[in-house]
Design a protein around this ligand. Sequence first.
Ligand code: COA
Length: 207
Amino acid sequence: MAENVFVVRAAESRDNAAIAGLVVEGFLDKFRPVFGKRMDRSVKIMEKWVRLEHDLGGVSSLVIEGPGPGEIPASVGVRIGRSEDDALARGLWKTLRRHLGFVRAGWAATLLSYPRYIANSSEAYIERLVVSHEHRKQGMGSALLDAAEALARESGKETVGLHVSGGNVAALVLYESYGYEESSRQRSLLTGYFLGIRDWLYLQKEL
Ligand SMILES: CC(C)(COP(=O)(O)OP(=O)(O)OC[C@H]1O[C@@H](n2cnc3c(N)ncnc32)[C@H](O)[C@@H]1OP(=O)(O)O)[C@@H](O)C(=O)NCCC(=O)NCCS
């Protein structure tokens, strides 16, 4: 049987639309209640969000390219740099308001503010790890996690942290097999009711 061939590489700005599509598809259950009838705007909003994260949030993204030519079936964001949090929040709010209108934007911003993360300069924060449905269970999630940890090490970080929702079995099994351990959890009745996510686990690993 032919082996699947793919490479992990640093994302470039031309990958932003593909990353946005992957994130919306991979977290559809979360985004449907957030965007409601404006779901058609979700990929555009996410694309802008990814760009803001790269420009202002200290985030570097990694993507997998292949097995098909030019295909981007998986990606992850790693926050290793300093984040200009206020500018990032202002940029996101402007984007939400333009696409969703004031009221829906307020709602979206509230739900998207979970889970809350307080940056720590000695830690790399992994976010939005996602593999498209048809490419799961082929080692892509692990390949991106390996590359994200390598990037964290090269950047001189001492720990890696990430959030995962309490019911996300696939991700929990993956992270636990990599030695991540729960260090705290947030409980939200709001996201429990509207997103079906009551517990947000914060996992950490020493590098
Ligand atoms: C979580 C996710 C990234 C895993 O990606 P993947 O490419 O399928 O993962 P891998 O093929 O590298 O699997 C590595 C290990 O993870 C675990 N795993 C992956 N999917 C699993 C599942 N559905 N059930 C249980 N364990 C699973 C297994 O231990 C697996 O090792 P194995 O294949 O030797 O059994 C993917 O399911 C995904 O994109 N989910 C939606 C988005 C998401 O929830 N991201 C995590 C955010 S915190």
